[in-house]
Write a protein that binds this ligand. Structure first.
Ligand SMILES: NC(=O)c1ccc[n+]([C@@H]2O[C@H](COP(=O)([O-])OP(=O)(O)OC[C@H]3O[C@@H](n4cnc5c(N)ncnc54)[C@H](O)[C@@H]3O)[C@@H](O)[C@H]2O)c1
Length: 269
């Protein structure tokens, strides 16, 4: 086996964190946690493809992040349930940046499941199609292009490590992402590819706010859900993005197969 993973003891922290010369693809990168990840990867010097189903938002964030970081950032219309569009995102990364070393499977959906007796098959199919098949297909695309090694980072959830009320389909999909992360890490290690995941707690994003809207309209105080944290404040996208940056960098060169909770301690008790 070729030795892709090195001893970095003599390198500086700045050098280890730098992503200069590395091409990245972030699915669902136009908003929420994905947009936070795009910002941090670009700030660290990576050239980034923002691969999102919402091309208008993807173009807006690409222009904004390119201007603020000086890195190359390109928008690409991608639906993670369409393998062909994932392939296009990888091609755009290669054609424009010359390489693809970082792939973030971030796009995901999280509608509440509700009562088991009321859930139909199409609801479960859609959840698994986006969250599991999308992560699987994205990883397949990434691995086929990472000829000189790389890192695949999956967005799991605290719901991939525990259960919760009324969200069983989402919980099943995120447990699958945690399992996929472990097995792909084993399968891809010999190719110099690390596979890791982050498991965020509740993060203030447009997706979460859409879910909370009906509760707010019903007069339910949602602040306790948002502030589910031992650390005195609710989570914001950059709380996850900083950890993704660490995992993408050589700082984390000896981490693979792991799912890292980013949850302000909600899994602790
Ligand atoms: N926000 C949280 O509290 C939280 C907690 C744990 C895990 N997560 C996970 O983090 C990821 C991002 O969550 P978020 O809260 O930022 O979501 P969000 O809904 O705020 O943003 C999701 C982004 O993904 C895009 N997207 C949706 N479906 C897509 C598809 N099929 N193909 C390509 N792009 C698509 C959307 O256009 C949007 O830009 C998801 O995988 C989610 O499960 C979120």
């Amino acid at each position: 086996m070729e030795n892709y993973f090195n001893d970095h003891t003599s390198r500086s922290i700045e050098e280890l964190l730098s992503l200069k010369g590395k091409g990245s693809v972030v699915t669902g990168g136009a908003d929420g946690i994905g947009a936070g990840i795009v910002r941090r990867l670009a700030e660290a010097g990576s050239s980034v493809v923002v691969a999102d189903i919402d091309i208008k938002k993807a173009e807006k964030i690409s222009t904004e992040v390119a201007a603020s970081t000086g890195s190359k950032v390109i928008a690409c219309e991608v639906d993670v349930t369409d393998s062909g569009s994932l392939s296009r995102a990888a091609e755009i990364c290669f054609e424009n940046f010359g390489s693809l070393e970082i792939w973030v499977n971030n796009a995901g959906i999280f509608p509440a499941t509700g009562k088991l007796s009321e859930v139909d098959d199409s609801f479960i199919d859609e959840m698994l199609e986006v969250n599991v098949r999308g992560t699987f297909a994205g990883s397949r695309e990434a691995a086929s292009r990472m000829k000189a090694g790389g890192v695949i980072i999956n967005l799991a959830s605290t719901q991939g490590l525990s259960g919760g009320p009324g969200i069983s389909a989402y919980t099943a999909s995120k447990h699958a992402v945690v399992g996929l992360t472990k097995s792909l890490a084993i399968d891809l290690a010999a190719d110099g590819i690390r596979v890791v995941a982050v498991a965020p707690g509740v993060i203030d994003t447009p997706g979460v706010n859409d879910q909370l809207e009906p509760l707010k309209e019903a007069g339910i105080n949602v602040s306790s859900i948002m502030a589910n944290s031992l650390l005195g404040r609710s989570g914001v996208p950059d709380d996850v993005a900083r950890v993704v940056l660490f995992l993408a960098s050589d700082m984390a060169d000896w981490i693979t197969g792991a799912t890292i909770p980013v949850d302000a301690g909600t899994l602790a008790g």
